[in-house]
Design a protein around this ligand. Structure first.
Ligand SMILES: [Zn+2]
Length: 471
């Protein structure tokens, strides 16, 4: 079985195959100006699962994910705090790495930073100016000329006939935004002339001092590490337009090579308890927010990958509780199989890796679902259906290890295997107690602990969360 995905560009399901000695995969990374939220992680996790599935199918993957460490937001926030841009973005990059590790995400093969690739970006802008696809405006900025690219709009299905593309006059200003709606399609900035609000965050260029636009960094860095045409590009569906459309235009017009990317992989939005995520609703959860409510990173991972990546995911606390019981089922089945087989947990951990044969095993159905447009919900269903057949055979255990690797699940990880399933009423009291403890309301925390133990449970505190044990 070969993995396939729905390719946004061709609008069809296609089998994935590397065009060269490795499968080149570029994913738009985080803009490091604060902690990533679970909507961001949903996308990164979908890409992580895709990469794992490719690896399990025997394909060698080169995974590049960038760090956007210069843009309007990073500059604004660092200046507000009076710290240098690099100091500011370093802190949030480290935080991002720590969260990824907790979520058991594989680190990318290369993680280039925009500020370390200014030369490559300038080189691409120069090429576009030379071959007539870009022009310098009076404001010291350089713009991509959309009307010079007959293919513009092919990814997002933008209808060019109805496009009133504007060129930028010497005033320029209005066209400097990195993110905009389809209604305001106009030539976009490749290079932004220096403005007073940039402070000392600028670089020299043939067009004067300034900084790169957002879109050009992904074109320049993907080309540097994967070549001018490569296999797959991933991102959230919100990046399809204008970001990815602009990346295609920049890359294909600067190299004259088509296509820039063969397969486009977009994951759908995340809703929280049926509502759109927003600061004002207070549901823009970070990993820390959920861990401090008593959920483990494995549970959060499970809940974020459990829906199909192309369908909007409604993230709920009920879903997190379901993830907990699912993980606990996996760990119980595993524990009993290990006991029968006389294998230790340490021994089994070595089997959580790609390589084992999945076809012809009890996990063939799950593997087939993952190969069929990364259908994680179907794969999970197939895994639970296969568990009663696990037995103690080495072949089954090796296949179990491989399918767990594909999903990035580790039922032996702390917080999954050890946590016992408490009734919702107890879990709710424990969450309230944790909140009270965090707010330093120790009287209330003690009172709640008393209630919990009267109901026959003990709360165990860890550094970043708690677990419950039957007393
Ligand atoms: Zn990007």
């Amino acid at each position: 079985m070969k993995p396939s995905i729905h390719n946004t560009l061709s609008r069809r399901k296609e089998e994935l195959a590397p065009s060269g000695e490795f499968f080149g995969m570029y994913c738009c990374g985080p803009t490091v100006y604060g902690p990533a939220h679970i909507g961001n992680f949903r996308t990164f996790l979908a890409q992580d699962v895709l990469r794992r599935v490719l690896e399990c199918s025997g394909i060698k993957v080169k995974h590049v994910r960038n760090i956007t460490d210069v843009d309007d937001k990073t500059i604004r926030e660092s200046r507000k705090l009076g710290v240098s841009l690099s100091e500011f973005t370093k802190k949030w990059t480290e935080k991002f790495h720590a969260d990824c590790e907790k979520l058991n995400m594989l680190p990318p093969s290369v993680e280039p930073r925009a500020t370390e690739h200014i030369a490559e970006q300038l080189e691409m802008v120069s090429k576009l100016v030379e071959n007539g696809h870009a022009y310098a405006a009076g404001d010291g900025s350089v713009y991509f000329k959309i009307s010079s690219d007959p293919d513009y709009g092919k990814l997002s299905g933008l209808d060019r006939r109805s496009l009133a593309t504007q060129s930028v006059n010497s005033a320029g200003e209005a066209n400097l935004a990195d993110e905009y709606e389809r209604e305001s399609v106009s030539d976009f900035a490749l290079w932004k002339g220096r403005k007073s609000e940039d402070g000392d965050n600028f670089w020299k260029s043939p067009w004067g001092e300034g900084r790169p636009g957002w879109h050009i960094e992904c074109s320049a860095m993907s080309t540097k590490y994967l070549g001018p045409t490569f296999d797959l590009h991933g991102g959230g569906v919100d990046l399809c337009f204008p970001h990815h459309e602009n990346e295609i235009a920049q890359s294909e017009c600067s190299t004259g090579l088509k296509p820039y990317v063969k397969y486009w992989f977009h994951s759908a939005h995340l809703m929280v308890e049926g509502a759109k995520m927003s600061k004002s609703l207070g549901n823009l959860y970070t990993l820390d927010d959920l861990i401090s409510k008593g959920y483990s990173a494995q549970q959060i991972r499970y809940a974020l990958i459990a829906g199909h990546y192309r369908q909007q995911l409604n993230f709920t606390f009920k879903g997190l509780d379901d993830a907990k019981s699912a993980l606990s089922k996996l760990s119980k089945a595993l524990a009993s199989a290990l006991e029968k087989a006389g294998m230790t947990e340490v021994g089994f951990k070595k089997l959580i890796m790609p390589g084992a044969k999945l076809e012809g095993t009890i996990f063939e159905g799950a593997w087939g679902a993952l190969c069929d447009d990364v259908n994680v919900p179907k794969a999970l269903g197939e895994i639970f259906a296969a568990l009663p057949k696990l037995g103690d055979s080495g072949e089954n255990l090796a296949a179990f290890g491989a399918i767990l690797y594909a999903l990035g699940l580790d039922p032996l990880a702390c917080g999954a295997a050890e946590a016992e399933e408490a009734p919702e009423e107890i879990a709710e009291l424990a969450r309230q107690r944790w909140e009270a403890k965090k707010a330093k309301n120790f009287a209330l925390a003690d009172e709640l602990r008393g209630k919990i133990s009267a109901l026959g449970w003990t709360v165990l505190d860890a550094k970043d969360g708690f677990s419950l044990k039957k007393a």
